[in-house]
Write a protein that binds this ligand. Sequence first.
Ligand code: SF4
Ligand code: MG
Length: 327
Amino acid sequence: ETPLLEVRNLQKSFTVKKGFFGNAKQLRAVDGISFAIQKGETFSLVGESGCGKSTTGRLVTRLLTPNAGEVIFNGQDISGYNDNQMRPLRKDMQMVFQDPYASLNPRMKVKELVAEPLLIHTKMSTKERDKLACELLETVGLNSFHAERFAHEFSGGQRQRIGIARALSVRPNLIVADEPVSALDVSIQSQVLNLLQDLQEEYGLTYLFISHDLSVVEHISDRIGVMYLGTLVETADKDTLYDRPLHPYTQALLSSVPVPDPKQKKERIILKGDLPSPVNPPTGCRFHTRCPSCMEVCKQVTPVYREVEPGHQVACHLYDEEIMKHV
Ligand code: SF4
Ligand code: MG
């Protein structure tokens, strides 16, 4: 089956200045990643802040233009589309952002916030938009009488529901949710995650879910990709990733995820050193400066991201028989 979204060797650099007299340098935010998301699936990108996951979300929705690589949405390569070419596709791909406080205009009534994408993408009358906004508010667990209020009158969790109703209004196929619950209390997080799952079933939505926290994505994900300094280091279906993580970075991230049964608790792996700058990433394996299993070869040779078993990709020399023969 054709994936709803496929990215191939996607790359995005930003020009940054190092210091007052410094030369302009390239920050390789996303450095050659590939993945595909099937219709109705939830694919999560996980990694520390600065690993390129938010940039990836903005590249696939074409809020940013890639330097190289392909973004294939519904069979069309949209990586070079201009605004005019993107316009008819915009309603098929909506974003939900982390901070519902910042992303909602405080001067707009809730009904206007929810219906704004309809104003942009459809020819509906105000009356039709208001009616749909009220229905959408009920769909996301709010009440239609909330429609006349302003966003600041709502709690964080309610505001995120408003953000979700807004994204849903144009009936998208793909929703890119960038840290959608990170600003919320843990108890509210699970309510919003449950809502997203219910809506996925009801509307057949496909999610690209972005999070720094592996414990947040466990229940919602079908597959998970782990990013480090602009590259994907491991991708697998959820169960495989949690039960048998292969990459030392994934293992370290998972070792800090709380488990309900204390007997299953694995020893916490503390990574040495800080996250290196993406302006000057380490040679060889980018993770080698912090990897507990680092070998000499890792400092020189970049590991190839490849499939080690069906549906399970990893970029690490430990799983490369040819390399391991020689160490
Ligand atoms: Fe660690 Fe080497 Fe694997 Fe990189 S390639 S994750 S440094 S063992
Ligand atoms: Mg981010």
